[in-house]
Ligand binder design. Structure first.
Ligand code: CA2
Length: 150
């Protein structure tokens, strides 16, 4: 059984720019932490990042199909700025009924107005916001517990 972690645009820059907002941990470090955490729960990790909306949509479809086959519990997803406007991402999650925990490193509600609204949250099973990169492993645990309860 696997869990997928998806990352949207610019998250490849994590740990290299704006540490006051996003911290010093790189995305490769986040992947390592997630792999170790998933392993403790008996899950394999699929970890992906893209700056391209269509690629992310393809991975959402792929993960949805894996969930249908009973091979995946779903996805932890930091959609980056897509969060605030990308209706095609929201439609993709809804279309394949992908269990998603929307995850943000920063507290988006304490930032600019445009970050306060998410088009993804209405189709997410849960939302984790403002815990820094710890949010990724919290979200994996949350998704694991939610899907185990069903
Ligand atoms: O807080 C989050 O995790 C965000 O999803 C990050 C997005 C932002 O657009 C969302 O409003 C909140 C930005 C990802 C860009 O990441 C960077 C990392 C390092 C340096 C610059 C950008």
């Amino acid at each position: 059984m696997s869990v997928t972690v998806l990352n949207g645009p610019n998250l490849n820059l994590l740990g290299t720019r704006r540490p006051e907002v996003y911290g010093h941990t790189t995305l490769a470090d986040v992947a390592d932490r997630c792999r170790e955490h998933a392993g403790r729960l008996g899950l394999e990790l699929v970890f992906r990042q893209s700056n391209h909306e269509g690629r992310l949509i393809d991975w959402i479809h792929e993960t949805g199909a894996a969930v249908q086959r009973g091979e995946s519990i779903g996805a932890v997803y930091n959609p980056g700025a897509h969060t605030h406007y990308a209706y095609a991402i929201r439609d993709a999650i809804e279309a394949v009924q992908l269990p998603v925990i929307e995850t943000h490193i920063s507290n988006v509600h304490a930032r600019e107005e445009f970050r306060h609204h998410s088009v993804v949250s209405p189709v997410a099973a849960g939302v984790v916001v403002g815990f820094g990169v710890l949010g990724y492993t919290l979200a994996i645990t949350g998704l694991y517990e939610l899907t185990r309860a069903q």
